[in-house]
Design a protein around this ligand. Structure first.
Ligand code: BES
Ligand code: MN
Ligand code: ZN
Length: 484
């Protein structure tokens, strides 16, 4: 979508649809007096009222959109309002709409411009590529954001927001995509394509190379599948320029049947999204490349398909991971941590200032936090605090859980260095405890996105049923915090 920012009075400009966002109890502009009964529109959050003003140089349609109480407008309020406005434009088959925020709002211009672009773009996202005759939907191709001042700042924010939403849409497409198309091979090809388009280096290790180099965690999880596993490294920028190195590691299980410890049939189809962490890393790398962030960012994806078969890994198997540490497999459905063990250990070679992994790792995090927060554990409070702040800004909120030694101890095996399950209790944390054995002393945070990567229904106006693309906006915000 083309988004331009203009200084001016939206109500004096012709438009097919103008959206006036208003706080509760805000006086209507004089131009609208007499157009509606006072009391019909109170400005409550998400309340809306469509009007048809009369006159020459006025909008043909005017949507009043509530923002809730003045003073409590957040960036997510802007995102949600933008999504509702864009969706209304689509419903009305309007190709270009205008939008104005109250002059009295106190958000920073660039951040507000970014939030507007994110909301408008993501609100229109849909996953229709497998429909052979898509229902006719008019495309919303342009929006004009009317502001009082600082148009340049708003416009620079809009540019960031458009790049970010492109990354989120990529992540959603990958996680919505079915397991028969979104294979480990396909994720590798996506990475190569991104590298070509944005000028970063990409390495994709195939099965023979994984075997040669000792990635036995990824190999074990993938050995039951006809789809070969892949290890993907995308490297943007370089450490030589003095920029901090941040490693992003994503779980890329392109379908998780559970393996020999097979999952129940009900809703197993959802497990095509078990590469949501990888999707977030790929989406974030696209944005990093597009924004040319002056940082050294290494995106790592550990990808395999977890299948039961004659060649599958089994309960009782002992795996020698890339690190040399051995893992006793008690449950083949706890596969994410095994592939991540190789990826996290590999990340250490960059001596990174930060390692962040994202994984749809445990059902236990859904029990603990439900669908409204990412579970966070780690070894660096500074990094965790940065992510908490980025979570507030983006509304991809994180909630930290403890990672005390007692939890790590729960993952010790009698006969190998580690076992891959620690029982039902504290299941999200013991999974984090397992991962911590592979990061050395590097600042590291683990994000369990199992509860947030997928929604059964749109719980926010800029979500659609299915993949949320969570993690992309959070990671980009984290990374931008390391710049300058
Ligand atoms: N991919 C699942 C976790 C998951 C569950 C993601 C629901 C999204 C929605 C993961 O591989 C898994 O199966 N975890 C097991 C671990 C257990 C066997 C220790 C779980 O959470 O049940
Ligand atoms: Mn599993
Ligand atoms: Zn899984």
């Amino acid at each position: 979508m083309q988004i331009s920012v203009r200084v001016g009075d939206m109500l004096r400009e012709p438009a097919d649809l103008a959206v006036l966002a208003m706080f509760e109890d805000m006086a209507l502009p004089p131009a609208l007096s007499g157009l509606l009964e006072p009391g019909d529109f109170a400005g409550k959050a998400k309340q809306s009222l469509l009007l048809y003003p009369r006159g020459a140089a006025v909008p043909r349609r005017l949507l009043l959109l509530g923002l809730g109480k003045a003073g409590s407008l957040s960036l997510d309020g802007v995102r949600q309002a933008a999504a509702l406005a864009a969706q209304k434009a689509q419903d009305l088959k309007v190709a270009a709409f205008s939008f104005a925020l109250p002059a009295s709002m106190s958000l920073a211009a660039a951040a507000a411009g970014q939030a507007f672009a994110e909301g408008a773009e993501l609100g229109l996202y849909s996953f229709l590529r497998y429909k052979t005759s898509p229902s006719e939907s008019a495309d919303v191709t342009a929006a004009t954001l009317f502001v009082d001042a600082d148009a340049d700042l708003f416009q620079s924010g809009v540019a960031v927001g458009l790049a970010v939403s492109g990354g989120v849409a990529l992540a959603r497409d990958l996680a919505n995509g079915p397991g028969n198309d979104i294979t480990p091979t396909a994720l590798g090809e996506t990475a190569i394509d991104l590298g070509e388009r944005h000028g970063f280096r990409v390495t994709v290790l195939d099965k023979a190379q994984l075997t040669e180099q000792g990635f036995h965690g990824i190999l074990a999880v993938g050995q039951g599948s006809a789809q070969e596993p892949r290890f993907i490294v995308m490297e943007h920028g370089s450490a030589a320029e003095g920029a901090p190195t941040v490693c992003l590691v994503g779980k890329g299980i392109t379908f998780d049947t559970g393996g020999i410890s097979i999952k129940p049939a009900a809703n197993m189809d959802d497990m095509k999204m078990d590469m949501g962490g990888a999707a977030a890393v790929l989406g974030a790398m696209q944005v990093v490349g597009e924004l040319k962030l002056p940082l050294h960012v290494v995106g790592i994806v550990c990808s395999a398909e977890n299948m039961p078969s004659a060649t599958a890994y089994k309960p009782g198997d002992i795996i020698r991971t890339l690190s040399g540490k051995t893992v006793e497999v008690l449950n083949t459905d706890a596969e994410g941590r095994i592939v991540l063990a190789d990826g996290l250990f590999y990340a250490q070679r960059y001596s990174p200032a930060a390692i962040v992994d994202l994984a749809t790792l445990t059902g236990a995090i859904m029990v603990a936090l439900g669908p409204h927060a990412i579970g966070m554990m780690g070894t660096s409070q500074d990094l965790a605090d940065r992510l908490a702040a980025a979570g507030e800004t983006t509304s991809e909120r994180v909630w930290q859980l403890p990672l005390w030694d007692e939890y790590r101890d729960m993952m010790k095996s009698e006969i190998a260095d580690l076992k891959n399950t620690g029982g039902r209790f504290g299941g999200a944390i013991t999974a984090g405890g397992f991962l911590s054995a592979f990061v050395g002393d590097h600042p590291w945070v683990h994000l369990d996105i199992a509860g947030t990567a997928w929604v059964e229904r749109a719980t926010r106006p800029y979500y659609a049923r299915g993949a949320t693309g969570i993690g992309v906006r959070l990671l980009v915000e984290l990374l931008r915090g390391y710049v300058g």
